[in-house]
Ligand binder design. Structure first.
Ligand code: ZN
Ligand code: ZN
Length: 260
C-alpha cells in the first residue's frame, strides 16, 4: 500500500492542509483537503471515502469534490461513516443551504455521492481492502480505521485523546506497517489538548507506552499549524529521538508502507 498524504495537519494555513490520506489510488481516509492535492483524473479515481468524524477539518472537501466529480464518474463516490456522522452531514452540510445535496444530484437513482452507513468494530470489504472502524476518544463520535490489503495493515487514529481500543488493535494486528497518530497541541497547552480530546507530545509519549512493538513506524499528524515549530521541537525531543521509524507527516508526502 502507498500512503499519499494529501493533508497532514490539524488546520489550514500557507503550507499546511487539513487531514486527508489517499491509500493507493481509490481509498481516501478523511476529506479535509482533497481537491487541491490531485489532478482531476486522479480525483475522479477515488471510489471510497472513509470519514472518521464530523469536524470540518475532516469533511471540508466533500462538497467541493462532489461538485468537481459531477458528470465525471460512471458510478457514485461512496462516503462511509457511522449513522451519527452521516446524519450530521445530511443535516448540516448537504442540506441545500450550506451546499447542494449531492446525494440527489444529478438524480436520486444515479447521484454523484452515496452515503453508506458502517458499524463500529465490524470489518467490511471495499474492493481489496478490509476496513474496521475503531471507536476513539474525541469531543464528538469519532472512529479510527484499520485498513488491510495483501496482508499488510495501516492503523489511523483519527482525532483522539487518551484511548484504549486503538492500542489493542495496534498490538493484536499481525503485519501492521504503520500507525498514523494524532498530536495537536504543544505540552504547555495540555489543558486545551484535554478539553479538545487530542494528544500533546507528552500525552502521545504516554499513549505510545501501550504499544508493544517499539519498532512500528508511527506517523504523527494533525499538528496545529499555528504551533507547528514548537510542536516539531517537542515531538523531536519526546517522540523521535532513538526512534528512526517515526516521523512527522507533511502534506504532499508519499510513503510506501512496508513491514517493519
Ligand atoms: Zn476533531
Ligand atoms: Zn481534526
Amino acid at each position: 500500500m502507498e500512503l499519499h498524504v494529501l493533508g497532514a495537519d490539524g488546520g489550514e494555513m500557507m503550507g499546511f492542509k487539513p487531514s486527508s490520506f489517499l491509500i493507493d489510488k481509490s481509498l481516501l481516509l478523511d476529506a479535509g483537503s482533497v481537491c487541491s492535492g490531485l489532478p482531476l483524473d486522479e480525483l475522479a479515481a477515488i471510489d471510497h471515502i472513509l470519514i472518521s468524524h464530523s469536524h470540518l477539518d475532516h469533511i471540508k472537501d466533500l462538497g467541493l469534490l462532489s461538485d468537481l466529480l459531477t458528470g465525471r464518474r460512471k458510478s457514485p463516490v461512496h462516503v462511509y461513516s457511522t449513522a451519527t456522522v452521516l446524519e450530521t452531514l445530511r443535516k448540516h452540510y448537504f442540506n441545500d443551504e450550506i451546499w447542494p445535496d449531492f446525494t440527489k444530484i444529478p438524480d436520486q437513482m444515479d447521484p454523484v455521492m452515496k452515503l453508506q452507513e458502517i458499524q463500529p468494530l465490524q470489518p467490511f470489504m471495499l474492493d481489496e481492502y478490509q476496513v474496521t472502524a475503531i471507536p476513539v476518544n474525541h469531543t464528538v463520535e469519532c472512529h479510527g480505521f484499520l485498513v488491510t490489503k495483501d496482508n499488510k495493515s495501516l492503523l489511523y487514529s483519527a482525532d483522539t485523546g487518551v484511548t484504549e481500543l486503538l492500542w489493542e488493535f495496534a498490538n493484536q494486528t499481525p503485519n501492521l506497517c504503520g500507525l498514523i497518530l494524532d498530536v495537536a497541541f504543544p505540552n504547555r497547552m495540555q489543558f486545551l489538548a484535554d478539553l479538545a480530546k487530542h494528544l500533546s507530545p507528552q500525552g502521545a509519549a504516554i499513549e505510545l507506552q501501550k504499544l508493544k512493538n517499539k519498532d512500528l513506524p508511527v506517523f504523527f499528524f494533525h499538528l496545529k499549524p499555528a504551533f507547528h515549530d514548537e510542536l516539531t521541537q517537542e515531538i523531536q525531543q519526546l517522540l523521535l529521538d532513538n526512534h528512526p521509524a517515526r516521523q512527522i507527516l507533511r502534506s504532499g508526502a508519499r510513503i510506501l508502507l512496508q513491514l517493519p
